[in-house]
Design a protein around this ligand. Structure first.
Ligand SMILES: Nc1ncnc2c1ncn2[C@@H]1O[C@H](COP(=O)(O)OP(=O)(O)OP(=O)(O)O)[C@@H](O)[C@H]1O
Length: 253
């Protein structure tokens, strides 16, 4: 990244184990303000765990995770609760969205907006705007129990937007979508980013990563492997090897 780009999150030598599973191993990388960063790597390499460490679902064992405020001051995230991290401006979605199922689509967004706006009137207005933004206004009054997968994913994005994030972490937001739903979702992510929100995009669909991301970080077995321009990175032998395994080493792939 150019020297003048401002960091928003920085992981420094982070470690996390679950019993005997060393899920994150001396992991260091930074996310820069305004970018769409792809976080990629083979299944089980630690992408979701990294998001869970940044957002406070898990606490790291070693190392440091710093969050940089808009004024350049930094906060050590280990000391921050999950709600505090959201208040700082860290939003996220989940691989399996879990909306408040007894509430309508609108109520799901409004309930969260109430916590992040000064007045109920402001929260209502924000929820209405977000509802339109994610194209769910036609089903605003529907209960969430029977929403199709793409609508659940968009509602999850809407709920994350309701916290007024500076950074949004999208964990496999395309999984289970048809190609045309994927395109709609990618457009939505671009629109979110154009509003000045930094995006961390975790995805296995490489065509989507190359279309959307300015930069990618590749992980392997819990650690940082490489980073750079998406198309350039995908050509690197070590990245191909990580995805294709031993066949590649033997020259069979
Ligand atoms: N709560 C947990 N308890 C035990 N092991 C865990 C836990 N969470 C993650 N792991 C393990 O940590 C490793 C990294 O998992 P993680 O889900 O972060 O990988 P990932 O790169 O997101 O995978 P995928 O691409 O399949 O979603 C895996 O070996 C996983 O089994």
């Amino acid at each position: 990244m150019p020297e003048n780009c401002k960091k928003i999150i920085e992981l420094k030598n982070v470690d996390k184990s679950f019993g005997g599973v060393h899920a994150i191993n001396n992991l260091s990388f930074s996310i820069y303000e305004g970018e769409i960063l792809g976080l990629i790597g083979p299944n089980g390499c630690g992408k979701s765990t990294s998001v869970n460490l940044m957002t406070g679902v898990y606490i790291h064992d070693k190392g440091e995770i710093l969050y940089y405020n808009a004024d350049g001051s930094s906060v050590t995230l280990k000391e921050q609760s999950v709600p505090n991290r959201a208040k700082l401006g860290m939003g996220r979605t989940f691989q399996t969205p879990k909306p408040f199922s007894d509430l309508t689509v609108f109520e799901n967004i409004y309930t969260i907006a109430m916590l992040y706006n000064r007045t109920l009137k402001e929260a209502y207005k924000a929820a209405e705007e977000i509802l339109k933004f994610v194209q769910l206004d036609d089903i605003a009054e529907q209960k969430c129990t029977k929403l199709p997968i793409e609508k659940r994913k968009w509602l999850d994005m809407a709920r994350a937007l309701a916290i007024r994030p500076r950074i949004l972490m999208l964990d496999e937001c395309l999984a289970g979508l048809t190609p045309s739903e994927m395109e709609t979702s990618l457009d939505m992510v671009r629109k979110i980013n154009k509003q000045g929100i930094t995006v961390l995009f975790i995805e296995h669909v490489m065509s989507a990563v190359t279309k959307l991301c300015n930069r990618v970080v590749v992980m392997e077995e819990g650690h940082f492997m490489t980073e750079g321009d998406p198309l350039e990175v995908m050509k690197k032998p070590e990245v191909i090897r990580a995805y294709l395994g031993e066949d590649y080493k033997n020259g069979d792939a």
